[in-house]
Design a protein around this ligand. Sequence first.
Ligand code: SF4
Length: 467
Amino acid sequence: MADPVMTVVDRLHEKHGDASYDLDWDTPLQLLVGSMMAARTRDTLVNKITPALFKKYPDARAFAAADLTELTNDIGPVAMRYGKAEAIRDACRVLVEKHGGEVPRTMDELVALPRVGRKTANVVLSVAYKIPAGILIDTHGQRVVTRLGLTQGKKPDEIEFELMDRVPTDRWIHFGPALVLHGRYTCTADRPKCDECVLRDVCPKIGTAHEEQRPKTRKKKPEAPVAKAKKAVQQDLFAAAAGPVEVPDVPADWRDALADEFTRPYWAELQSFVQAEREAHAVFPPADEVYTAFRLTPLDQVRVFLLGQDPYPGEGQAHGLCFSVKPGVALPASLRNMYRELQDDLGIPPAKSGYLAKWAAQGMLMLNAVLTVRAGAPNSHKGKGWETFTDAAIRAVNDKPDPVVFVLWGAYAQKKIKLIDTDRHVIIQSAHPSPLSAASGFFGSKPYSKINAALQKLGHPPIDWKL
Ligand code: SF4
């Protein structure tokens, strides 16, 4: 009896027979660099940046010798550009030192480059060199083969190795991109279109609770045309190609403390969810401001932790710090109440601006539990994985050797107390400053003077609350 995986390979080949790649490149090095830049960034944007970039850095030696700040600017407004610039420079240094500046032609040599994983290596080998060294597995492919029961693997690499044992080598180059297309347009995370799936008759999910529970398709929409799909899939292919771990552009100590999170399955699902939301809706804050709290307050500088709940859902408000809004944006009601209490507590008159970065820069981590939101839809990204991630951040702060002042306003934040060693750390809690609750215990709670008193008792300078 034929291996069922071959039915999947053949059907997907029939449906997505000519999946291809859209990044502009002339040399294997350019494909490597372009694919590293394209993680969570549209290929069209990368293609706008790379002509000037490749002119300025014509070979691996030029990238290897680059000034990191300058290279960061040169790779332009791609997501996570600080980390990407460093990765590109470091990978090129190894290319120069060990490979004479050339991109090697084997999987082992490619994955030995700093922050190059099997996905990037698969793209370079299959596209630039036409060498079938593996099967590209991204989060879409992982979801599809798991639902189809084709793998016992839990991680992309495990799945890839299982499939490589079962799929003939000459089908590897195509199979990965076809899985991406199928996962992106048919076997989607939230609403798999089982009714129109070419694998329906071989899928064990049909007739199970999975299918029964999936939301009914509101209005039957034809799947995106293959030509359109071919273009759009490039973003996924190269987003997958950044390596096995998608790591946000945050200070190194946060990266280290949260490293385990980036390898857990929920993280990849969460990134896919947010990306899909951004493609379909306005989402706040902008992608390059999601991690502002981490960037402004490295872990080793955290001495106060103010926990918020959800980003502001209005246009131009959220920028990655809880309660804060960008300069020039009208003050939200909660923030007006915070300023009122600041005046009552310490006599500091309300600032005109609601931009609180100055507080964050003094060691106050101002983190929401959920880091993104759909425009106009509060709590719309609740329960998608951000809470798991920010709980890990709370644990990381809790694990700091020196005591920290945790500020928990409202019942939602106070539930997190179970993550905090209250014997070691200081807890300051009260009602939330929202207009719904400020009069029930926030006004008069004097949090600012209490925070500063606690800091001084711990041997730290007070926060200068004046903005
Ligand atoms: S039938 Fe449904 S769950 Fe199964 S592969 Fe197709 S879309 Fe995915």
